[in-house]
Design a protein around this ligand. Sequence first.
Ligand code: BDR
Ligand code: CA
Length: 308
Amino acid sequence: MKKVIMDVDTGIDDALAILYAIESKQLDILGITTVNGNVPLDYVTKNTLKVLHLAGENIPAYPGAVEPYLREAVHEFKVHGNDGIGNALDDMTVTKELEDTFAADFIIESAYEHNKDLTLIMVGPLTNLALALKKDPAIKDMIGEVVIMGGVVSNAGHGNMLPTSEFNIFADAEAAKVVFHKGLDITLVSLDVTHQVMMTDEHVEKLKDTKYYNFVKDATDEYMAYGLRLYGKRQCALHDPLTVGYVLNPTLLTTEKYYVDVETSSPLSYGQTICDFRGLLGKEPNVNICPGVDSERFLEDFIGTLNL
Ligand code: BDR
Ligand code: CA
């Protein structure tokens, strides 16, 4: 089983990604690290612990960065609702607590312990990993693979925060810049492919009478309403679950390696992931981008896995 750490800013699709990873029964989830992102960190923490409780899992969860690397925090209440998970678990009381270790330190410790046999699934802003790399740059050689939900490369202009920028990178572009240039084995699951895996009410209804139906239905209701405003159709993109899907089954996505950098100075395109498709900058390729996705196979596996 692949050993993974999931770094999350839970978030509706983060919640779905955590459930998908757990219920796949194919991953050894060493821990979940939280990060400020979709909502402030205390909301992220509460949501993450609730999702683990819902799944009946006692995976350790580690508190991460409260703020981005350099910039002020931005949040996404309009997408994920005023608590971050569409108020779907309002009545749930959770007794589980966070571990004491700081997320970046847990990443460092795990890198040493599992030398190369460690995959990081990063589905929020990249603050924790940037902090870990700054504290101990040697871990770059001990992390096997880093799979990141973030950015938009081929479809520039189809961002979700700025025309060219995606939320996770926009929310902490300086951290992303640090992470992209440390020589890690990075795969970027960007909006180019995540916008091709849309969950609709029809998919949700396939879960009727199952363990997660009420949660998925309640949590995605607002998220789909946002989808209606953004895409003109009641649907929601399964960004973070697709990132887990790739770790479970790499053949779901095609990959190509290019030099990718992050814009951090222009107000018009802050957080843009710029992919040098033609090698004009003459730099070593550093990121596997994902040009293609088998959407049907992914959606089938995702719904099938939650259908318990
Ligand atoms: C990403 O941003 C967040 O809103 C989602 O959870 C996902 O990780 C999509 O741009
Ligand atoms: Ca997320």
